[in-house]
Write a protein that binds this ligand. Structure first.
Ligand SMILES: Nc1ncnc2c1ncn2[C@@H]1O[C@H](COP(=O)(O)OP(=O)(O)OP(=O)(O)O)[C@@H](O)[C@H]1O
Ligand SMILES: [Mg+2]
Length: 342
């Protein structure tokens, strides 16, 4: 629950991110605001290019400062973090905020063993002996479910399977007991069984360590599995936001309907082809004025040429002009669809 007195774990306000490109400055993230409290599991969902990675990278100070302009504010436990010197940011990242990048190989160095890398990570942030750090590293590898953790400790990244590497990266992220773990598409490259195991691991992490988790994904099925709250992103904006229960029971934005229609049904025959949203999302250089989703939206009407009203400060809301009746009708069509599609 939101506590008005205690500062949020992470509080992001009016985040705007633009890039210097050959063709001038383009805005990739526009007016993104959200708040995460201790122990919450929040999913950020959207198609490729919607701005999921860039928004988190810029909050964590991981974008290239020479070409990336970050505006707005972000505070971690009440302390502003945008624009902090790299040295201070590094101290926060790894100790209090852990980031699992989209490609786990970028988090690992090929020339050192997994164990060495975790030990280094622990010893960067804590004064402990090598032996104590090694013991803890093996415990972590065990905790993330790597078979024979003592042997895995001595392996190089290329000697592990994709799923094992992903677990090793999670073990490294956990080594400092972060209050916030940001995981960028941690399951995309994995097969369904390993995917489920990694999601279980994230849920356990939250339960056993009390960490808050931000999970970035393009998969609504994954969101349904784990998230307390959901932010749907499109063309650099949050276009719907609510609890997972609200979003799955009563999605309000036509884009969210499109994402939900592409979740395979849990029961019954799998449709030959899952519906996908026609068209492709814009890139930052060609985001249309007004509602950026309008060109692909079956429900667009005259007002969509303008920008919808900003999302309410809290609660379930969508960045869309449709009124309650139109939203209810769109939802009804969505929920009726599986029978006709199968
Ligand atoms: N350094 C950069 N310079 C210019 N444009 C960029 C830069 N980095 C990202 N972009 C663009 O910003 C947009 C958002 O990118 P981002 O990586 O956040 O997407 P995403 O939602 O994480 O997608 P995916 O699901 O494919 O990982 C994309 O159109 C991308 O091409
Ligand atoms: Mg990404």
């Amino acid at each position: 629950m939101t506590d008005p007195i205690r500062p949020a774990l992470l509080d992001v306000d009016h985040l705007k991110v633009s890039f210097a490109t050959d063709r001038g400055r383009v805005t990739a993230i526009n007016d993104v605001s959200f708040r995460i409290d201790d122990g919450e599991f929040v999913a950020i969902v959207g198609e490729s290019g919607s701005g999921k990675t860039v928004s988190l990278l810029s909050i964590l100070g991981l974008t290239d400062r020479r070409t990336t302009f970050v505006e707005g504010t972000a505070a971690f436990r009440g302390r502003p973090i945008l624009g902090l010197p790299d040295r201070e940011l590094r101290r926060i990242r790894g100790k209090q905020i852990a980031f699992i990048p989209q490609d786990p190989l970028t988090a690992l160095t090929p020339v050192h063993t997994i164990g060495w890398q975790i030990v280094e990570q622990i010893r960067t942030h804590e004064t402990v002996s090598k032996e104590a750090a090694k013991k803890r590293a093996i415990e972590l590898l065990d905790e993330v479910g790597l078979p024979n953790p003592a042997a895995a400790f001595g392996r190089y990244p290329h000697q592990l399977s994709g799923g094992m590497r992903q677990r090793a990266v999670i073990a490294m992220a956990l080594s400092c007991n972060p209050a916030l773990l940001v995981a960028d598409e941690p399951t995309t490259a994995l097969d369904v069984t390993v995917q489920a195991q990694v999601l279980d691991l994230l849920k356990r992490l939250r339960r056993d360590h009390g960490s808050a988790i931000i999970l970035i994904t393009h998969d609504m099925g994954v969101v349904a599995e784990v998230a307390d709250r959901v932010m749907v992103m499109y063309a650099g904006r949050v276009i719907e936001r609510g609890t997972a229960r609200e979003i799955f029971a009563a999605p309000e934005h036509p884009y969210t309907w499109g994402l939900m229609a592409s979740i395979p049904p849990v029961e019954g025959p799998r449709p030959h082809r899952l519906p996908s949203i026609p068209g492709t999302p814009p890139t930052p250089a060609n985001i249309p004025p007004g509602c950026a989703f309008a060109p692909r939206c079956a429900h667009r009407f005259a007002p969509c040429a303008g920008l919808p009203p900003a999302l309410s400060a809290s609660g379930h809301d969508a960045f869309c002009f449709l009124d309650d009746n139109a939203r209810a009708a769109g939802r009804a069509a969505l929920f009726a669809a599986p029978e006709t599609a199968a």
